[in-house]
Design a protein around this ligand. Structure first.
Ligand code: SF4
Ligand code: SF4
Length: 315
């Protein structure tokens, strides 16, 4: 599979853009005011929907598959291509640009055909958010924290975007509420935290191919992840709160939040109140490790004996 096709611009969910010179060097708060409006009457309408890298979060994929009446597998195949997230080795997907005009698969001359379910990154534009606690503090479960006081916003001002010339004035908070960004932030928070945590570890800690595949599966295909929970040996290994288990059978958003807990646990060893390894499995693992260690000791003894015997023969 081809990874990271070069795309000119990036609408980001990570609080950064590929071209920082477009960022106004002023920190904004929820109450800061901005003048901006995007509507079909602007000269540049849909100009920002092409030649761009739009990363999809698990919630974006969930909403888009529902909207389009597709399975995640069909959606991924038809509308996305693989990428790595935030310069880590964590695999994710971006919207595929059409070959004919290098524009987003969902744009027409009339605008975005999935507008009310458009991805998070499209909603952010042109107000980005930076969070200084990325990879920073931790909560009681060892999970990284993001604190409101460490957040600020910034305006992206690109020449081609004429929305800045419009008269409509908002506070950043009003703009974000209008775009539905707050809801998305809540939905994406723990997933973004996983990627930031990976980023802060750098390449000192290796992540197995199996772990990366699990991250990709849980992040992009919740149907597949549900089968993994209910149709594999998962429940023999993990004890899951019965109420949670009942919910995730049918509720996709609950399942998505559960997947973030599971990934934090399995990738980074974070404790979760929702799932614990069954005590007998822990015992089994300890016995396995002891057996391996005993075998390794026996092998080392044997090697030593062989070495001695070999030397003895040379004398
Ligand atoms: S999803 Fe919609 S808003 Fe986002 S780039 Fe595509 S057409 Fe534009
Ligand atoms: S005003 Fe800006 S956001 Fe709206 S279509 Fe034009 S370039 Fe895109």
């Amino acid at each position: 599979m081809s990874i990271n096709k070069t795309i000119g611009k990036e609408k980001t969910v990570f609080g950064k853009t590929t071209n920082p010179s477009n960022i106004e060097p002023i920190k904004l708060t929820e109450n800061s005011r901005l003048r901006f409006r995007c509507h079909p009457g602007v000269r540049c309408f849909t100009a920002c929907c092409g030649n761009i890298k739009i990363i999809l979060t698990p919630y974006d994929i969930l909403q888009l598959t529902k909207r389009l009446g597709m399975t995640a597998a069909e959606f991924l195949h038809k509308y996305t291509e693989p990428t790595y997230l935030e310069k880590t080795d964590m695999p994710g997907v971006v919207i595929k640009m059409r070959e004919s005009d290098n524009k987003c698969s969902f744009v027409t001359d009339q605008g975005c055909t999935v507008y009310t379910d458009r991805p998070t990154a499209c909603r952010y534009y042109p107000v980005g958010m930076a969070d200084f606690r990325e990879g920073g503090g931790r909560d009681e479960h060892g999970n990284e924290l993001t604190a409101d006081e460490d957040k600020f916003y910034f305006l992206v001002r690109e020449d081609h975007c004429k929305g800045h010339e419009e008269d409509k004035e908002w506070t950043v908070g009003e703009w974000r509420a209008d775009q539905g960004v707050d809801v998305r932030d809540e939905m994406n928070k723990k997933w973004l935290r996983l990627i930031m945590r990976r980023k802060s570890f750098g390449h000192q800690a290796t992540l197995s191919e199996q772990a990366k595949r699990m991250f990709f599966m849980a992040s992009t295909d919740l149907g597949h992840f549900r089968r993994f929970i209910f149709e594999s040996s998962f429940l023999d290994t993990y004890e899951v709160d019965p109420e949670v288990l009942e919910k995730i059978r049918t509720d996709d958003v609950e399942l998505m939040h559960f997947s973030f807990e599971y990934l934090a646990h399995t990738l980074f060893g974070a404790k979760s109140p929702l799932l614990t390894i069954r005590p007998e499995k822990v015992k089994e693992k300890v016995t396995q490790l002891q057996k391996k260690r005993d075998e390794a000791v026996l092998e080392a003894v044997q090697d030593y004996e062989d070495l001695k015997a070999g030397r003895g023969g040379e004398k």
